[in-house]
Design a protein around this ligand. Structure first.
Ligand code: 5GP
Length: 115
């Protein structure tokens, strides 16, 4: 698999505004935020291109992406107000970076409809 921008951010070869890190997950602000808070959560040790490439063995890692987003929301004080978590997959999902990532969107009321 060719390197993506996120591989390089994880290896600290490209700069990013890192806002959360634990043993397995790194999170950094999206360069083109769609909402006042727009953070991307990525696995550190394993590069999976899309959600389609995850197997049952990856379930803990995929779950940790969600839990890291929730931990960040609690830490930053907007968990009760709420937020949205999104994983885009392939063309129709609007995926542009082929390194599994979860979008955390917050800071304003989200539209009820997804499009
Ligand atoms: P996708 O469309 O693949 O679900 O999301 C990729 C996201 O990565 C987009 O929201 C885009 O703005 C963001 N992005 C693309 N390049 C960079 C970059 O170099 N740095 C950061 N922080 N975000 C990026």
């Amino acid at each position: 698999m060719p390197d993506t921008i996120f591989d390089k951010i994880v290896r600290r070869e490209l700069p990013a505004d890192i806002v959360y890190e634990d043993d397995e997950i790194l999170a950094f602000r999206d360069i083109h935020p769609q909402t006042p808070v727009h953070v991307l959560f990525v696995p550190k040790q394993k590069s999976l291109p899309t959600l389609n490439d995850c197997s049952a063995a990856d379930a803990p890692l995929v779950g940790k992406l969600l839990l890291a987003a929730a931990a960040y929301a609690k830490r930053e004080g907007f968990a009760d107000a709420g937020y949205r978590c999104v994983v885009n997959c392939n063309r129709d999902g609007g995926q542009t970076v082929f390194y599994l990532h979860l979008h955390l969107l917050a800071g304003r009321q989200m539209p009820e409809r997804m499009s």
